[in-house]
Design a protein around this ligand. Structure first.
Ligand code: IMP
Length: 436
């Protein structure tokens, strides 16, 4: 039977994804895209993400609520792929309301999302403190919460529907946490846990009324012809499958994770916007192939203000890594690229791009290696390009940029095989150049 009908709704989902180790400045590009979007949804991660936002004269950092919330009228969702830190969520929620932002009817949480409990945070820190090989986590409980999810012992928002079931699950979770803490000699952590658990449990009813089916809601929005933005946290190199395992986060940060993480099919995704910083940074442990020597590292950190939004830790810095960017373009199926913080390179006499990785035996590759430990032994081969040595923060069009800056962007476009649509030359909205 063949019948003519529109199987695809008129609205589309756009995914926005980081292409390095997180902190690419995705929030800036979300701000631009959110101007024409009806729904913004986060699809993975938890309060490990951090996006600095400005409301009037106040600056604060959103960890759990999508940054699209600052666009009046935008509906913001937390998908099933998110691990929801209830305390953090309401702290941000109430801080936004206190600053005059009307959230009535604007926030929804997937019934299928897993709750990140205080014991996940405690376990994360206790395990990390004692680990021989530290990941350098944010200490926000992300790994233990996803462990419970995959182990089929997690607590979901939908469990709040039945007080008895919810209590049983929480009690079981606490017993497991106690046993694990005891096993690693960290039982003294239990003392602070009881109070934190009470605070979280008291928020249950407030959370329950926000529960929705994000997949159903997004599909309905698409059928009405609306535009939906699926906002990724962290970056491709921190993806559980495609990143520098085990020095990764515990979720699929890449674009395919977006469909799973909100509950829509992959055919609903029309665009995938990748965000890269004009150089590379990494916070936490694990190899950084194009990382600088200490002096240049410190210089770039100061130039770029490279300190973690969630933990305040200094970020390691390096040249733009085209091997990683190509990997990100492929794994995410990028349709377009945004390059951020180009202005940070303004004063440098020359700028490097990592073209390929060469092993101690002399063999070189342009494909991102699966063996993370080999990655710490490779030496990148660089292409050095002349810098532009002028202030570009006042540039508003591509043509305003100096020729050397345009040549640098052309090279990034060529090496990633992805057209550049946005370039940021400063922190303000007006400093994002749209490339037509
Ligand atoms: P976790 O996600 O807290 O388990 O941390 C795992 C790794 O991901 C660590 O290297 C963290 O530093 C890194 N990470 C997690 N969230 C972010 C982020 O938002 N930006 C940059 N790195 C992150």
């Amino acid at each position: 039977m063949t019948r003519d009908f529109d199987w695809r709704p008129s609205g589309t989902c756009t995914v926005i994804v980081g292409c390095q180790w997180g902190d690419e400045g995705k929030g800036k590009i979300v701000d631009v895209l959110a101007e024409n979007v009806d729904v913004v949804a986060r699809y993975q991660g938890g309060a490990n993400a951090g996006h600095t936002v400005h409301v009037g004269d106040n600056e604060f950092i959103l960890h759990q609520i999508p940054s699209g919330i600052l666009h009046e009228g935008t509906r913001c969702l937390l998908g099933n792929g998110v691990v929801l830190d209830v305390e953090q969520f309401f702290e941000e929620h109430d801080a936004l309301v206190a600053r005059g932002i009307d959230l009535t009817g604007r926030v929804g949480v997937s019934q299928r999302a897993h709750l990140l409990m205080p014991y996940h945070r405690v376990l994360d820190r206790a395990v990390e403190d004692r680990a021989a090989e530290k990941i350098g986590t944010t200490g926000r409980g992300i790994g233990p919460a996803y462990e419970d999810k995959a182990g089929r012992r997690g607590i979901r928002v939908a469990d709040l529907n039945d007080a008895e079931r919810f209590k049983r699950r929480v009690d079981e979770g606490m017993q497991r946490a106690r046993a694990r803490l005891e096993a690693i000699g960290a039982l003294d952590e239990m003392a602070s846990l009881e109070a934190a658990m009470q605070a979280t449990l008291a928020l249950g009813e407030r959370l329950r009324v926000l529960a929705v089916d994000t997949g159903v809601e997004i599909e309905a929005a698409l059928e009405r012809g609306e535009q939906v933005l699926l906002e990724g946290a962290q970056g491709t190199a921190l993806d559980l499958d495609h990143g520098t395992y085990p020095f990764v986060t515990s979720s699929n940060t890449t674009a395919a994770g977006a469909a799973i993480g909100v509950g829509v099919g992959p055919t609903r995704i029309g665009r995938v916007v990748g965000v890269v910083k004009a150089y590379t940074t990494r916070v936490g442990n694990g190899p950084l192939p194009t990382g600088f020597e200490p002096e240049m590292d410190e210089h770039m950190r100061q130039l770029g203000g490279e300190f973690g939004a969630t933990t305040g830790r200094p970020r390691r810095c390096g040249w733009f890594d085209a091997v990683l960017a190509r990997h990100a373009a492929r794994v995410n199926g990028l349709t377009e690229l945004a390059v951020t913080k180009l202005d940070v390179l303004d004063t440098l006499p020359e700028i490097g791009i990592g073209l390929q990785y060469c092993a101690p035996d002399g063999t070189c590759t342009r494909d991102f290696p699966a063996d993370t430990y080999q990655l710490s032994q490779i030496t990148p081969e660089y292409e050095m390009m002349p810098g532009w040595r002028q202030d570009i923060t006042g540039c508003r069009k591509l043509e305003d940029l100096p020729a050397n800056a345009r040549a640098y962007l052309d090279r990034i476009e060529e090496l990633t095989g992805t057209p550049i649509r946005w370039v940021s030359v400063g922190t303000r909205r007006s400093q994002i150049i749209e490339v037509s």
